[in-house]
Design a protein around this ligand. Structure first.
Ligand SMILES: NC(=O)c1ccc[n+]([C@@H]2O[C@H](COP(=O)([O-])OP(=O)(O)OC[C@H]3O[C@@H](n4cnc5c(N)ncnc54)[C@H](OP(=O)(O)O)[C@@H]3O)[C@@H](O)[C@H]2O)c1
Length: 245
């Protein structure tokens, strides 16, 4: 099993949720962690929670920001592209710029990471962010399904092109993060209980559980081109969240 102690880990989009949980776990395991995000206040708070490491402002959809992040570390061992948002609604009703934003986050950002990785990484791993909608289309999630399929395709293709660097994707199911809670309306606890009832494990996931799966991708030196589902098999049942208005 690969060692994390002293490894340089870059979490792009690491000031909240799954990215933050992964940065915390990597730090606990002795890695030298750097996180990025767009909001300096959130980054400062996250750095305090992590208990160390570096943090600075950067947008994953800007190639120059991604390049600056890699340059700041010099040599990088593991990268997790954790950042991104949610976009749901019928595709024909969504504004073009928001659809393009999704493509920026899920397709172009991994491309920027790959281009930087060849200059700053000789071994180690890249983990891209997919999600349950990569396995299953739903009404109101057509574009998300499409871009997540592309993200997973990039993980497989780049696993060959960048070898011996390894490239994988993590596909979390419903995970209780600030972004997830913001989708739940006035009574989040009731919504979560309703969702949990329909899931195989009768609960949604915790960011720490997804972080453990990401660390498994970082530390297992023979996993490459994989999509790891951290979803309690939730992808096999009908989604509880309604993605259309
Ligand atoms: N939570 C779930 O149930 C779930 C399930 C499957 C997949 N996902 C995906 O996982 C990703 C993270 O979700 P989360 O629930 O952990 O959300 P979160 O708590 O909102 O965290 C998102 C993180 O990414 C950063 N970020 C967002 N857009 C960015 C950008 N353009 N450039 C740089 N950083 C950016 C955010 O900071 P700033 O906003 O300050 O930049 C924040 O640090 C999302 O793409 C989401 O779709 C989530």
């Amino acid at each position: 099993m690969g060692e994390m102690h002293g490894r340089r880990v870059l979490v792009l989009g690491g000031s909240s949720g799954i990215g933050l949980a992964t940065a915390r776990l990597a730090h606990e395991l002795g890695a030298v962690v750097t996180i990025t995000g767009r909001n300096v206040t959130r980054l400062d708070a996250a750095r305090t929670l992590i208990g160390g490491g570096d943090a600075f402002v950067g947008d994953i959809t800007r190639e120059s920001d991604v390049a600056s992040a890699f340059a700041r570390l010099g040599i990088v061992d593991h990268v997790f592209l954790a950042g991104g948002g949610s976009l749901f609604g019928n595709l024909v009703e969504l504004p073009q710029d928001r659809l393009e934003g999704l493509v920026q986050e899920r397709i172009w950002a991994p491309v920027y990471v790959a281009r930087c990785a060849v200059r700053h990484m000789t071994a180690g791993s890249i983990t891209l962010m997919s999600g349950g909608l990569g396995s299953r289309p739903v009404p109101g999630g057509a574009m998300k399904h499409a871009v997540l399929c592309a993200t997973e395709g990039l993980a497989r293709g780049l696993a060959l092109e960048l070898a011996p660097l390894r490239v994988n994707a993590i596909a979390p199911g419903y995970t209780r993060t600030p972004a997830f809670e913001s989708l739940l309306g006035d009574d989040p606890e009731a919504q979560i209980a309703r969702m949990a009832a329909g899931l195989p494990l009768k609960r949604i996931g915790r960011p720490e559980e997804v972080a453990q799966a990401v660390l498994a991708l970082m530390t297992n030196d023979f996993i490459n081109g994989e999509v790891l589902h951290a979803d309690g098999a939730g992808r096999f049942v009908a989604p509880a969240l309604k993605f259309t208005r």
